[in-house]
Design a protein around this ligand. Structure first.
Ligand code: MN
Length: 232
């Protein structure tokens, strides 16, 4: 291995139920506006022809149960509860059937969002990075292997803040299904193990402040939790 001048980046991982080894995170792709009611609350149209994407850096990964210091540069930090899937073998220009077979595991995730910065970016036709890709912005619960979870159907997906329900929907409301997302994304990238896909959030996104406790769940998967701490 090449000597490096500074310590190389730490590989971020997500635990997998029933496996001693963890899933290594290489890339994080996120689907935008994949539930009609969420698109509507954002004042946006759903694009039913094809999904669209943004990305997060693996350095944004934070495990469930963490405390996220209220992030810099924002006064409107939002929660987005999402179904996460991870890729288990290489796929490129995949059919939907091939795409489905490439799903290694599912889990609960939080796409934490600096909404004010995202909205400014939208207004100015700039990229979303400052709104979406920051330290602690990608929170993951332990994964469950696809064979153990079974098919994505009408499982409930929900999120509460301090015990009060904010998001409550079912996975059959996903506009672009998991296999469709992978098949589409694989026309742009050579997907491979290490690739994590956050499939989008249902309606009910909203702000959190220091001291808030977020809890979320999807039927059949490990729950997720995040505390919001004071700014550092
Ligand atoms: Mn999202």
């Amino acid at each position: 291995m090449t000597d490096t001048l500074f310590p190389p980046p730490v590989v971020q991982t997500i635990p997998v139920n029933g496996e001693a080894a963890a899933y290594p995170v290489a890339r994080i792709f996120c689907v935008g506006r994949n539930y009609a009611a969420h698109a509507a609350e954002m004042g946006a149209e759903v694009d039913r022809e094809a999904p669209f994407y943004f990305t997060k850096n693996p350095a944004a990964v934070l495990p469930t149960g963490s405390t996220l210091p209220y992030p810099p540069g924002t006064s409107d930090l939002h929660h987005e509860m999402e179904l996460v899937l991870v890729i288990g073998h290489p796929v490129f220009r995949a059919s939907k059937a091939e795409a489905a077979k490439a799903i290694y595991a599912y889990g609960c995730g939080l796409d934490m969002t600096r909404r004010d910065l995202q909205n400014t970016a939208k207004d100015k036709r700039r990229p979303w990075d400052l709104g979406k890709d920051f330290e602690g912005a990608a929170v993951f619960a332990p994964l469950t292997r696809a064979a153990d979870f079974g098919p994505v159907a009408d499982q409930r997906i929900h999120l509460s803040v301090n015990g009060a329900t904010r998001q409550d929907a079912t996975l059959d409301e996903l506009i672009h299904k998991c296999d469709e997302v992978i098949a589409d994304l694989s026309t742009y990238y050579h997907l491979a193990p290490g690739d994590v896909i956050m499939t989008g959030t249902p309606a009910g996104v909203g702000a959190v402040v220091a001291g808030d406790q977020i809890t979320g769940g999807i039927d059949g998967l490990d729950p997720i939790a995040l505390a919001i701490g004071p700014a550092d």
